[in-house]
Design a protein around this ligand. Sequence first.
Ligand code: 4AD
Ligand code: MG
Length: 481
Amino acid sequence: MQRTKIADLLRTEPTGTTVLVKGWVRAFRNNQFIALNDGSTANNLQVVVDFEQTNPELIQRIKFGAAIGARGELVESQGKGQRIELKVEHLEIYGDCNPEEYPLQPKKQTLEFLREQAHLRFRTNTFGAVFRIRHALAFAIHRFFNEQGFVYLHTPIITASDAEGAGEMFRVTTLDPANPPKTEGGAVDFSQDFFGKAANLTVSGQLEAELGAMALGSVYTFGPTFRAENSNTTRHLAEFWMIEPEVAFADLNDNMDLAENMLRYVISYALEHCMDDLKILEERLIEEEKSKPQDQRSEMTLTEKLRFVTESHFERLTYTEAIDILRNSNPNKKGKFQYPIEAWGADLQSEHERYLVEKHFKKPVILTDYPAAIKAFYMRLNDGTEPGKETVRAMDILFPGIGEIVGGSQREERYDVLVSKMEAMHIPTEEMYWYLDTRRFGSCPHAGFGLGFERLILFVTGMTNIRDVIAFPRYPGSAEF
Ligand code: 4AD
Ligand code: MG
């Protein structure tokens, strides 16, 4: 007999048919009622055992966490709390679970503890919900771009270039670390390495996506990216997933529209398809907030917040306008910012981004036209800016509770301008001939952005630590599992 998934069963009417379900025991009450979960949904199926007719040894083995199969008739439930239940005719234990040794307990356990049990935490309600939502968001992103006629381009994971020019790369090598070949000058001789040159894990697929966009028109990448930055925060991972669309014949306004539409689309998708999981996370948050003082509790529930974002237009303003707001803000005047805003040109810290979004505008914000000096080499220089006050056609999207969720720009399509910028920023122009070729042959205005997938999941799930929205987080000092 084929097993039926619980998600499918809960959608059906109790027809009196016989079905087979398989899953893990979430609770066992009165030697009679099993709450069975098979991962297909947040909801459990009530499986009713007739203990007078069942071998007591078998009953003994129905423990929290055990894997079981149950065959029986699907009937209307007599009890409250569920519409249907399964009356067991045959029960089978696939895997016992000794409660004395099992790290998970049928009670609330802290996220910190569960992080150390990341191999088991999928089995909790919270993480089941998080990872089903993660899947739904990934699917929604592909669906959005497919509907818009984008080509999904798989950009390389191993590269020899530094797309962001920030030098935060993990080296990929097969040289013997204890005894690498050396050049005459004493440096490591990477010409003898696997790729014949120094290689690293990619920090971004953007540069290769640009190459694709210059022929395919609209492309996107969606893959893992790696940053060897020593950031121990709730917003940074050393390995994270990024969605990077790149569009030919598009300017910064088109880019902002695309990002805004995509974010609204995928969040709406979650609201439409993930309500059971969102409700679990929403209730979790409500519980958590009870321990906070009234004024620190959020004004909206999780689903209200998501709905609010799908209905609001993001506030668009320039970096220069944002600096003025920040400079004159109360926390700045009262010395409450850890990094006070003094002069134009300062890089914005997460405290500033969050002030703009959460206190000043109270909705998502898109900041544009940042100082050239604090942004990457490939961003298009704004025409007619004063020397020393050059700005670029950059955009960062800032979200409540998150800060920067998207970073993007219109690209510098003018060959001469790009070359002089790369030289000034010490980006090797000879090695990147392939990137410059797009500007030599049939160059055109184009734009794109990168959405940090885990930051999106943080927002949609209401989780607060990025290490809780990726299955096996990698961060400084940790590559467990
Ligand atoms: O702003 P970033 O560095 O931009 C780029 O990489 C561009 N090449 C994107 C493009 O234009 N195609 O990164 C983009 C986004 C950030 O806004 C953030 O959401 C996320 O990637 N991000 C990280 N997420 C988790 N951990 C990290 N260490 C991250 N660094 C960036
Ligand atoms: Mg950025």
